[in-house]
Design a binder for this molecule. Sequence first.
Ligand code: THU
Length: 159
Amino acid sequence: MAHVQYDCSQGSHLNTINSSASPMGAEQIQLLLHMCKEAKKSAYCPYSNFPVGAALLTGDGKFFSGCNVENASSPLTVCAERTAIQKAVSEGNMNFRAMAIASNSEEDFIVPCGACRQVMREFGRDWVIYMTKPDGTYIIRTLEELLPLSFGPENLKKF
Ligand code: THU
C-alpha cells in the first residue's frame, strides 16, 4: 500500500465529520482515491495541459467524479472539484463527506483553488479534502482549515 502522509494536527477528521453517519471505511477512501485518478483521464485541458480529477463521497455512500473542463474563453474553465460538485448537486446530493483530488504534479499535493474552496464550503465546513500526489501520498484538511473565517449560507439565514 502506498505511503500515506496524514496530517492529524487538528485531530482525527475522519471520526468527526457528519457525526450522524458512520465513519468512512478504508475501502471507501481507497475507492475515492482511485476514482479521482481515473477522472483525471477525462480532463479537457488543451490550454494548460494540467489535467485534474476529483471524486466526491456523499453522506449516504454515493460517489461522483469530475475533471477540469477548459474553454477557449478562459474564464469559463471549470475546475475538476466544481465539476464533481455540480454533478452531485444536480442529482440531489448535498451532504458531502469527502473529496479526493489528483493531478500529475509529482512535486506538490494538488490543492483546490480559492473559488473551489468557496463552492465546497457552501455544503459545510466539517467535511474533508484529500489532496494527493501521483505516488499515492496525500494530505487531508477540513473545509474549515482550507477556508477559515468563511462566509456561507448560515450568514444569510440571520436576516
Ligand atoms: N484546476 C483544477 O481543476 N483544480 C485545481 O485544484 C487547480 C486547477 C484546473 C483549472 C485549469 O483547467 C487547470 O487546472 C490549470 O489551472
